[in-house]
Write a protein that binds this ligand. Structure first.
Ligand code: GRF
Length: 219
């Protein structure tokens, strides 16, 4: 038996900010029988509250401060080196606010998930809640996808929606979407760790078969 068969899949989380998604993943992975372990949390911001949450949970942290690197390539190179020290099976981006180079994304193809606060392909990029409101959308939500070279454009694994209320603001929507995020991310990470979820080329596979449509959690 190989050594890797004896250990739980190794999860590395990247976060730039508050870390509420990280916290939901910490709680999930610490629960009895979770099939994976968070081995490290990395950030590009030395003062990211997410780092404090990780430390409180006894998880190793590292910082690669993007302001200290002249080029995106230099930053990504250092980030890759730090990540590789932990030999992760899965990289979970949880509010990691850096655009990554093609080389970086290719190096971790099929092993990197991202969460985005919109129903992709609607509203890649920033300001998603404001944009959904401005468009008069009835539905809004969150998407979890594999990371590829296209920003917020990788193959979609799962989505959760909510109905926009007439009195919703960008702030209330952000909070409501985050409640969905905290439900959905641990589920998808669990699937990956159980070996049920894979990326074959650009196709999401679940239990060995192509996923015809993303998993959809209705409000
Ligand atoms: C989340 O809304 C996520 O969708 C986006 O960044 C935010 C991170 O929030 N990518 P938190 O740091 O997990 O609280």
């Amino acid at each position: 038996m190989m050594a890797s068969d004896l250990t739980a899949p190794r999860i590395l989380v990247l976060a730039s900010g508050t870390g509420t998604n990280l916290q939901s993943l910490i709680e999930a992975t610490k629960s009895q029988g979770f099939p994976g372990e968070i081995v490290a949390v990395g950030s590009n911001r030395p003062k990211a509250p997410a780092l404090g949450l990780a430390s409180q949970a006894g998880i190793e942290t590292f910082v690669v401060d993007h302001t200290q690197y002249k080029t995106r390539q230099d930053f990504d190179g250092m980030l890759r080196a730090e990540i590789n020290r932990y030999a992760p099976d899965l990289i979970v981006m949880a509010g990691f606010m850096r655009i990554l180079t093609t080389e970086f994304v290719r190096a971790f193809h099929g092993r990197m998930l991202n969460i985005h606060p919109s129903l992709l392909p609607k509203y890649p990029g920033l300001g998603t809640h404001r944009r959904a409101l401005a468009a008069g959308d009835r539905l809004h939500g969150v998407t979890i996808h594999f990371v590829t070279e296209e920003l917020d454009g990788g193959p979609i694994v799962a989505q959760a929606d909510l109905t926009i209320d007439p009195d919703d603001t960008a702030e209330t929507l952000a909070r409501r979407v985050q409640e969905k995020e905290h439900l959905l991310y641990p589920i998808v990470v669990r699937w990956f760790c159980e070996g049920r979820l894979q990326l074959a080329g650009n196709e999401v596979r679940f239990d060995g078969a192509p996923l015809p449509t993303p998993f959809y959690l209705e409000d």
